[in-house]
Design a protein around this ligand. Structure first.
Ligand SMILES: [Zn+2]
Length: 275
């Protein structure tokens, strides 16, 4: 559980000239590192941000330990011009879950603002609201909020075994739990029954909710469950799944890292069954 605060009280602060707090800088979705790599953010009092090629105004992300955090997007090529390194969010998640959660929020807000510069209803220009995280149309007053896409993840369990799969087109050959997007009009439960049946041809029931995680690639909310196996032989959907099989919880293959919800979902059950 992350204990940083997402209060909206400070949104107006991003319109002020002098911001006090810590900044995450992003270029093309990657974090730009100022100083040492174990200190991901840059204090404004130590940095003249007017020298950086910025895109739009800073975005307020939240507060932690009395400190305010902001995100600022930089123009492509800025890091290279200044001789700075960039790092992908996944590499940060492995080291620091709190930073991963805050930066994930930052990247989602930056993407949202990028993608809603114009109104989808009338085509007018939008401006950030000063009271809520919304882009508001200046012509027709429509509001556009950050887009969050709910997804389900299911670890199918049969006795002391669980069903794990590998997917085409992924760099890693790790085995993981099944997952998919919730369709319009569908409940989380139905999405799980449908996804598991489509992906591996197996019927499931008796869901047990585990936990959720915001996953900023680009804006999923992952809802993770355990699902009891009911019937059917594994028949992988060959378009998506390269391999799917039962694994003993005491003898698992390489699985996702423990900062990911899939890694937590699988490890938690394995540890409970073994101990
Ligand atoms: Zn409009």
């Amino acid at each position: 559980m992350h204990n940083y605060k997402i209060s909206l009280d400070y949104i107006q602060a991003t319109e002020q000239q002098h911001l006090e707090g810590s900044f995450y800088f992003f270029e093309d979705g990657n974090l730009v590192i100022f100083g040492s790599s174990d200190d991901y953010f840059s204090k404004v009092d130590a940095l003249d941000i007017t020298k950086l090629d910025q895109v739009g105004s800073p975005l307020y992300i939240g507060s932690y330990s009395e400190n305010l955090y902001f995100a600022q997007e930089l123009k492509p090529g800025t890091a290279e011009r200044l001789g700075l390194e960039t790092i992908h969010l996944r590499a940060i998640g492995a080291e620091d879950e709190l930073s991963f959660a805050m930066m994930g929020r930052a990247v989602q807000l930056i993407n949202w603002r990028h993608n809603h510069r114009f109104c989808g209803k009338c085509g007018g220009d939008t401006k950030p609201s000063l009271t809520v995280h919304a882009m508001r149309c200046e012509q027709c007053d429509s509001s556009f909020y950050p887009k969050i896409m709910p997804c389900v993840m299911a670890l199918v369990v049969r006795g002391d075994e669980c069903l794990l799969a590998t997917h085409h087109g992924r760099a890693s050959s790790r085995y993981t739990a099944l997952a998919g997007f919730i369709e319009a009009g569908e409940s989380a439960e139905h999405a799980i029954y449908r996804e598991v049946l489509e992906e591996v041809g197996v019927k499931t029931g008796n869901l047990l909710y585990f936990s959720s995680q915001a996953w900023p690639f680009p804006g999923q909310l992952m809802l993770a469950f355990y699902a009891e196996y009911l019937e059917g032989e594994i028949k992988p959907d060959e378009e998506e799944i390269s391999d799917a099989r039962w694994f003993k919880l005491s003898d698992l293959p390489e699985i996702p890292p423990s900062y990911t919800i899939s890694g937590k979902l699988i490890r938690t059950l394995a540890e409970a069954k073994i101990s």
